[in-house]
Design a binder for this molecule. Structure first.
Ligand code: PEP
Ligand code: MN
Length: 338
C-alpha cells in the first residue's frame, strides 16, 4: 500500500503515523521527492482500514499495490536510485562502463587489462574468480587467488572491482574485498543466497536469468531489498529464445520496461547476450540509446587464447574506440559517462 501525502503534511504528523504503523507490524519507506512525498507500507497491510487512512487530513490518496514487488517498485520510490561505488555514481543520469576479462587468469593479464580499460574510460573492473561453467572440466576460475589479483589490479588502477559470487560461504571474503558483488544469471533465483546478500550493505549486480521474466528479475531484487540492502543494480544479459545465431537474445525492451516498473538502475551485458565480439559494439550503442544506466563488457588482451569467453571479448583497442561513441549517444539521451 502507498500513501501519497499532502504538501503541507508536517514532520510530526508523518512521524506519528510511522510510529503507529510500526506498532501495527507494518514497516514504512518514506520517499521525499521533488513533487510528492510518498509513504510506502511494507508488511501485512490487510489489517489497515483504507478509509481511515484516506480520512487523515495530511493524506492525499491511498493506493493498494497489486504488484508483488514493493521495495523495487517505482510507485514507492519515484526517483531513480543512484548507486555509489568508490566515488563513482551509477543511475539517475550517471552512466558507468564496467569492463574486464571474463575470468582473471594471471597477475599480468588482469593488471594489464585493468590499466587499458581505465585509460579508455571504464569506471569499474570486472573479472571472474569463481566461474559458473557448464562443464565441470572447463576452467573454473582462480577462486581466492583471483580475488587477490583483482585487489592488486584495483590497487594499481583505483578501479572498483566487480566479481561473481556463487556460494554464500564466500560472503565474508567478498564483503571485505569486493566493491560490487555480482549474482550471475544461473543464480538469479538462488533465494537463500539472495537473502544472505540482503543482509549486506554493499551494491549487488543482479543478472537476469537465462529464462526468466522481467517480473521474476524484480522479485529476485526484492529478496535482496527485503533484507534491507537497497543497492541493487539490475542487468539484462540476454535470454534463451528459439534464435541460435547469437548466444542469447538481447532483450533491449527490458530497459524501458524496467525503467517504468522500478527505480533501480539497469545495465546491459552485450558480451554474454550475443556471444560474438562483433555484435558488442552495435548492442552497446543500442543499450545506451534505449536508456541503460551502464554496460558490462568483456575485454581481453588476447581473445584467441582466453581461458573463457574469448569469442565475445573485445580487444582493448576495440574497446577504446567504442567508448567515445557511447559518450556521444549519452549526450543525446541526457546522461553522462562517469
Ligand atoms: C559473467 O558475467 O561472467 C557471467 C558468467 O555472466 P552470466 O551470469 O550473465 O552468464
Ligand atoms: Mn564470460
Amino acid at each position: 500500500m502507498i500513501l501519497v501525502l499532502r504538501e503541507n503534511a508536517s514532520q510530526a504528523q508523518i512521524d506519528n503515523l510511522i510510529i503507529w504503523l510500526k506498532s501495527m507490524g507494518v514497516d514504512t519507506h518514506l520517499s521525499v521527492g521533488r513533487y510528492q512525498t510518498i509513504l510506502g507500507l511494507v508488511g501485512d497491510t490487510s489489517i489497515l482500514d483504507e478509509d481511515m487512512l484516506s480520512s487523515l487530513d495530511f493524506v492525499e490518496s491511498v493506493k493498494r499495490i497489486r504488484e508483488p514487488f514493493k521495495n523495487a517498485n517505482r510507485k514507492f520510490h519515484p526517483d531513480d536510485t543512484v548507486i555509489e561505488v568508490g566515488g563513482r555514481k551509477l543511475g539517475g543520469g550517471h552512466f558507468q562502463i564496467i569492463a574486464g576479462p571474463c575470468s582473471v587468469e594471471s597477475e599480468e593479464q588482469i593488471t594489464y587489462i585493468a590499466k587499458e580499460v581505465k585509460k579508455a574510460g571504464a569506471g569499474m573492473l570486472r573479472g571472474g574468480a569463481f566461474k559458473p561453467r557448464t562443464s565441470p572440466y572447463a576452467f573454473q576460475g582462480l577462486r581466492d587467488e583471483g580475488i587477490r589479483l583483482l585487489m592488486e589490479a584495483k590497487a594499481e588502477t583505483g578501479l572498483p572491482i566487480v566479481t561473481e559470487i556463487m556460494d554464500a560461504n564466500h560472503i565474508p571474503v567478498f564483503d571485505e574485498n569486493v566493491d560490487v558483488i555480482q549474482v550471475g544469471a544461473r543464480n538469479m533465483q538462488n533465494f537463500e543466497l539472495l537473502k544472505e546478500l540482503g543482509k549486506l550493505r554493499k551494491p549487488i549486480l543482479l543478472k537476469r536469468g537465462l529464462a526468466n521474466t522481467i517480473q521474476e528479475l524484480l522479485m529476485s531484487a526484492e529478496y535482496i531489498m527485503a533484507g534491507g540492502n537497497e543497492q541493487v543494480i539490475l542487468c539484462e544479459r540476454g535470454i534463451r529464445t528459439f534464435e541460435t545465431y547469437t548466444r542469447n537474445t538481447l532483450d533491449l525492451s527490458a530497459i524501458p520496461v524496467i525503467k517504468e516498473l522500478s527505480h533501480l538502475p539497469v545495465i546491459v551485458d552485450p558480451s554474454h547476450a550475443t556471444g560474438l565480439s562483433r555484435m558488442v559494439r552495435p548492442m552497446s550503442l543500442a543499450a545506451a540509446a534505449a536508456g541503460a544506466d551502464g554496460l558490462i563488457i568483456e575485454v581481453h588482451n588476447d581473445p584467441q587464447h582466453a581461458l573463457c569467453d574469448g569469442p565475445q571479448s573485445l580487444t582493448p583497442d576495440a574497446f577504446s574506440k567504442l567508448v567515445p561513441d557511447i559518450s556521444a549517444i549519452l549526450g543525446i539521451v541526457g546522461k553522462e559517462l562517469g
